[in-house]
Structures are given as C-alpha cells and as structure tokens.
Design a protein around this ligand. Structure first.
Ligand code: PXL
Length: 271
C-alpha cells in the first residue's frame, strides 16, 4: 500500500563514492543531519584509485536496476523533494528523465555534475548535452559550481561576483530554475560567494573562506541540504541560506584521512 509520509522524505538519485565524502552517502548523511528521511536510487559506483592519482573508477548500474529503484521509491513515498547528483551516462539520464516526467515529484534539485575525472571525454560530452536537454528543463533548483556555471551560461570567464551574477541570470533565463551559482574557492577574495537568483530576487550569499582548497563533498552536501530544507517546506531563498550555513560548518569541522583531500562533515542539526 502506498502511504503518505508523516515526516519529510527526500530521494537522491546519485552515484556512490565509496569513502562517503561525496555522492549518495554525503546526500543521505545530509538529509539525516537536517531531519529528513532519505531514500536512494543508485546510478553508479565510484571508487577512487589510490594507486593512480585518486582517479575515478566508475562502475555504472544497469538501467533496469536503476529503473527498479526509481519505481519502488516513487511508489512507496510521496516524495517531498528529489536531489539529482551524478548520472554518468546519456542512458541513465534518459531513464531518470522518463521517471521525472511521469511521476512529477515536487522540488527537483539538480547538482549538474558534468565532466568527472576518469570519464571518456567523448562520452562525457554526450552526457553533458543530455543533462542540459533532458534534466535541466525538469529541475526546480540548480546548483552549478564554477565550471558548470561556465558551461551552462556559455560565458568564457567568471572571475568576479558580477560575472557570477550574470551567469546565474543566464542559467535561470535558459532553464526557469532557481539558481544557486557557487563561487567556492574559485573567486578571489576572503569570502566564499554564492549567488542566488530566482528570476526576481538576486542575493549574494557570503561566508568567510576556510582555507583555499576545495573540500570533497561540499557541492553534494550543499545541494542535498537545499533539498532537505525544501522538503521541510522552506522557501528556496531560506533553503539556500540554511544550506550555506550547513556547508560552512561542515567545512570548518571537516574529516581528514589518508586521502590528499579533506571531506565535509555532516553535522547533526536535527533535534
Ligand atoms: O562531484 C561530486 C561527485 C558526485 N558524485 C559522485 C562522486 C563525486 C566526486 O567524486 O564520486 C559519485
């Protein structure tokens, strides 16, 4: 029997990154930390290669297995929000787009993971094109990083806050989605700047930079936190502000390991 959930439930459609720094594990930990129940439709499995410069070893999940997960999750739950992370191939994008078109879940948040190290350049270009044409039009909220903002806006350079605002406007105009364009450590200055734009409100979100090296899982966790806050009924702008705060705190208290990069720690805020 299909039940209506009493507490907010969000689904992530994402790849697993085995160490849990990024990907589906980061998403589920973020949902949990923010008081939202999570479910997962797994698209691929990534294991970094410690013998080869920590490159991505990607194992795709077959389409029927992905379809089965999407079917059961959309049948069991009245989903309050859906986060889309790494899809990895045009086939996976078609499978996910088909489910989104037929089930029309609320609050679709797209973290537009484009080229990922370890992918074939040709395959990655196909994937980027398919993501733009099939998934972006279905998204309510999109969280591009610096590289993804260049690609989605068509701009040659984003090096100032004004450039990032222009990118956010262009991406909104092209997609209709609420945009949270992330400057991260890529823009100069003492603060990590993100630009929020929903077609009316343009707001610069700013927090002091913590170091100048990107922390793994920050992008996944930011989009997952936006998803969790939308699932709880916050407005997009409030969700963006809360998510930024969650990520700043998680970077502050990041996890160190034998890998040459640190990972964001999802700090429990659910009480
Ligand atoms: O770009 C973030 C990301 C998302 N999803 C998976 C990943 C990574 C980065 O490593 O492995 C599965």
């Amino acid at each position: 029997m299909t039940t209506t959930n009493e507490h907010p439930v969000a689904m992530t459609i994402a790849g697993s990154e085995a160490t849990g720094g990024a990907g589906a594990l980061a998403d589920i930990k973020t949902f949990q930390a923010l008081g939202v129940s999570g479910c997962l439709s797994l698209t691929c499995i990534v294991a970094f290669d410690p013998q080869n410069d920590w490159g991505h070893r990607v194992t795709p999940i077959d389409q029927q297995t992905l379809q089965n997960q999407l079917e059961v999750n959309t049948t069991v739950y009245e989903l309050d929000a859906v986060k889309i992370g790494m899809l990895g191939s045009p086939e996976t994008i078609r499978t996910v787009a088909e489910t989104l078109r037929t089930t029309r879940p609320k609050n679709i948040v797209l973290d537009p993971v484009l080229i990922c190290k370890g992918q074939e350049p040709g395959a990655a270009l196909d994937t980027d094109r398919a993501l733009k044409s099939e998934i972006l039009p279905l998204a309510d909220f999109v969280t591009p990083n610096h590289f993804e903002s260049l690609s989605l806006s068509g701009m040659d350079d984003i090096s100032t806050v004004e450039d990032l605002k222009e990118a956010a406007r262009r991406i909104h105009d092209a997609s209709g989605a609420v945009v949270l364009a992330k400057g991260g450590v890529r823009l100069d200055g003492a603060d990590a700047i993100d630009v929020f734009y929903d077609g009316t409100t343009l707001e610069v979100l700013s927090a002091p930079k913590i170091g100048d090296v990107a922390v793994a899982g920050a992008g996944c966790s930011l989009a997952a936190a936006v998803t969790a806050e939308l699932a709880k009924g916050r407005t997009p702008l409030d969700a963006a502000r809360q998510a930024k705060q969650f990520v700043s705190q998680g970077i502050e208290e990041r996890i160190t390991s034998h890998a040459p990069f640190d990972s964001l720690r999802q700090i429990n805020q659910a009480s």
